[in-house]
Every structure is written in C-alpha cells, then in structure tokens.
Write a protein that binds this ligand. Structure first.
Ligand SMILES: [Zn+2]
Length: 123
C-alpha cells in the first residue's frame, strides 16, 4: 500500500482507492511532458494526477560493537518514508528490533540513498 496525494485538491488516500491507476489514466502521454514525474494515477475527486507521499530509501547501518565481533558488520534496510530523517529512524528501529532510542541509535547510519538498492559491496 502506498499513500498518495492529489496535486490539485490535496485529496489523500491509498493508491488502491484512486480514481484511476497509472495504466488507466486517459491521454497519459498528452498530459505528461519530458522530465515530468510519473504519477501514481488520478484523483477520485477532481481527476488531477496523484503522487506518492513517501519515497523509497535504502539505508545502510553498522551494527553496534556489542552485537558484532569485529565492528564492521552492516545491516541493509529498504524503507518507505516521507524524508531521509524518517527513513533513518525507521531503519534503525527495524534493525534494533527495539522501541528504545538508545538501542536504535547504537546502529550508526553509514549511507542513505533513494530507491531500493540491493547490491552494495566492498571492492
Ligand atoms: Zn484532486
């Protein structure tokens, strides 16, 4: 489920209750210009484009020393969040499996990038 927002009337909802999905949008090619952000679909209220309110992020964390033998073990998380800060906090919560700030912050953030990246390796 992806939360979406209308670009025109500020309607918000889940992509499953949009008026039309991307593939059903009328005259899509005529309504998009080169370089346009591709919408999720059409607003059920006014017919304007709807866009996702969250972005996919890949967050690479380092395990705290007390959970790792050598201090170089990493944790890769894929999350959807509204901004980079939210993505980091969500990934730290998932990695630590804890609701406590101290446990979450023990996972140091090494890298955050947009999109779901699967293959991050050292040379
Ligand atoms: Zn609308």
């Amino acid at each position: 489920m992806t939360a979406v927002r209308c670009d025109n009337c500020d309607w918000t909802g889940d992509e499953e209750v949009m008026g039309r999905t991307l593939l059903e949008v009328h005259q899509l090619a005529e309504r998009l210009n080169p370089g346009s952000i591709v919408p999720h679909g059409e607003c059920p209220e006014c017919g304007a484009f709807c866009y996702a309110t969250t972005t996919r992020y890949t967050v690479l964390l380092r395990y705290p020393d007390y959970l790792s033998d050598c201090g170089t073990e990493t944790y890769l998380a894929h999350v959807e969040a509204k901004d980079v800060g939210s993505a980091q906090r969500l990934a730290q919560a998932i990695a630590s499996g804890s609701e406590e700030d101290d446990a979450q912050l023990a996972f140091a953030v090494l890298m955050v990038c947009e999109g779901f990246v699967n293959d991050i390796k050292e040379d």
